[in-house]
Design a protein around this ligand. Structure first.
Ligand code: FES
Ligand SMILES: [Fe+2]
Length: 338
C-alpha cells in the first residue's frame, strides 16, 4: 500500500536556513545525500554529499573563503560543484566535480529541486508569506520521522484525527471528526476547508489566551505537491469576543522510503509583540506534533510487521486518496519526460 516512488520534478523543503549557521549540513532527501552550506556571500548551496576524490562526505568538510573544502585530502569546491583546488597539484581535471542541486531560500525555508535542473522554475515554489519572520513572529520546528512521508501526508490530509490524537492539544471536541470537510482540487494540490460550531476551544489556545466557553472554529488549508501544508485557522468566541487568526506552514520531505523530515511553524495575528505567545505556540505545536509522530511511527511499525494489509476506507479518507492520486500522476509524468 505504500509507494517508495517520489515525484522528482518538485521543490522540496530541505532545511531551515539557520541550520546552516554552524557549517555544512548533511541531509538526505529522496534517498540522495546532500550537503547544504553557505557560500561567502551568505547564499545557500546544495551539492551531492560525496567528494569526487575518494568519496568522503563533504558535510564533514568546512567552508573556507566561500568554498567548501573536503576535510579528507583538502579538495575545494565552488557553488557549482566544480573542484577549483587540489592541494599539491596545479591542474584540476574538468571531471573533478560533484552534482549541484538548484536551491532557493524563501523566508527561512531552503527549497531544493531534486529533478532535472533545466525544469526548475522558482515561480513554482509555493508562496509562504507567514515565513517572513520580520512580519510574523514564530519559532522554527523540525521532527525527524521513522516513517514514510506518505503516512505523514495522509495524517495532514485528514483532520478528523484532531479529535483523538490531539484530544488535549489541538482538538478538544469530537465535533471535528464529525464534520465533513470541503475538498476542492487545485492545480498542484487540494484545498481543504472545515467549520465546526459551538465547540470548546482547542486546549492549546486556552494556554495563551483568555478564550473560554464555546467557540466556532474553521480551518482552511492548501495541501500542495510534494507535501506542503499552508493553513489559516480561526477561533471565534460565540460570546462576540475577537476572532483569533492563526497561520501555519508545514512541509513533509522524504528522507528515504522509510523516513522523513517534517518542518513546521505557527504564527498568529494577535499579540504579535509578545514573545511568551510565540513560545507558547511553538511549545503547543511541538507537543501536538509529537502526538502525531508517536501514532504514525507506531502505525508504520504495525504495517511493516504485519505484512499484507487492505485498508478499509472511510469518508474521512477522501482527501488523502485524491492526493495520493496526484502524487502518482506526478511520478508518472516524471518518468514520461525523462
Ligand atoms: S575524499 Fe575528499 S579530498 Fe579526498
Ligand atoms: Fe496531527
Amino acid at each position: 500500500m505504500l509507494k517508495a516512488e517520489f515525484p522528482r520534478n518538485c521543490w522540496y523543503v530541505a532545511a531551515w536556513s539557520h541550520e546552516l549557521d554552524e557549517g555544512p549540513l548533511g541531509r538526505t532527501i529522496l534517498g540522495e545525500p546532500l550537503v547544504l552550506w553557505c557560500d561567502g556571500q551568505g547564499h545557500p548551496v546544495a551539492l551531492a554529499d560525496r567528494c569526487c576524490h575518494r568519496g568522503a562526505p563533504l558535510s564533514m568538510g568546512r567552508c573556507v573563503d566561500g568554498r567548501l573544502q573536503c576535510m579528507y585530502h583538502g579538495l575545494k569546491f565552488d557553488q557549482s560543484g566544480h573542484c577549483i583546488e587540489m592541494p599539491g597539484q596545479d591542474q584540476v581535471p574538468r571531471k573533478a566535480r560533484v552534482r549541484a542541486y538548484p536551491l532557493v531560500q524563501r523566508g527561512q525555508w531552503l527549497w531544493v529541486w531534486m529533478g532535472e535542473p533545466e525544469r526548475a522554475r522558482e515561480a513554482d515554489i509555493p508562496h509562504t508569506p507567514w515565513l517572513d519572520a520580520e512580519r510574523w513572529p514564530y519559532r522554527p520546528g523540525y521532527y525527524h520521522y521513522q516513517a514514510p512521508a506518505e503516512l505523514i501526508n495522509d495524517n495532514l490530509l485528514d483532520f478528523s484525527h484532531l479529535s483523538y490524537v490531539h484530544e488535549g492539544t489541538l482538538g478538544g471536541s469530537e465535533a471535528i471528526a464529525g464534520t465533513r470537510p470541503q475538498v476542492t482540487p487545485l492545480p498542484h494540490g487540494l484545498r481543504i476547508e472545515r467549520r465546526v460550531e459551538g465547540v470548546p476551544p482547542a486546549p492549546n489556545i486556552t494556554r495563551f489566551t483568555s478564550v473560554r466557553g464555546t467557540v466556532n472554529r474553521w480551518f482552511s488549508y492548501d495541501f500542495l505537491l510534494p507535501g506542503v501544508l499552508l493553513m489559516e485557522f480561526c477561533t471565534e468566541p460565540t460570546d462576540g469576543g475577537e476572532p483569533l487568526m492563526q497561520y501555519t506552514c508545514q512541509a513533509v520531505t522524504p528522507e528515504t522510503p522509510h523516513t522523513a523530515h517534517y518542518f513546521f511553524m505557527g504564527t498568529r495575528d494577535f499579540a504579535l509583540a509578545d514573545p511568551a505567545v510565540t513560545e507558547a505556540i511553538y511549545e503547543g505545536l511541538v507537543t501536538a506534533f509529537e502526538e502525531d509522530r508517536l501514532i504514525i511511527e507506531a502505525q508504520y511499525r504495525a504495517l511493516r510487521e504485519q505484512g499484507d494489509f487492505a485498508p478499509v476506507a472511510t469518508v474521512a479518507d477522501q482527501a488523502l486518496i485524491q492526493f495520493r492520486r496526484l502524487v502518482e500522476q506526478r511520478v508518472a509524468e516524471d518518468s514520461a519526460k525523462s
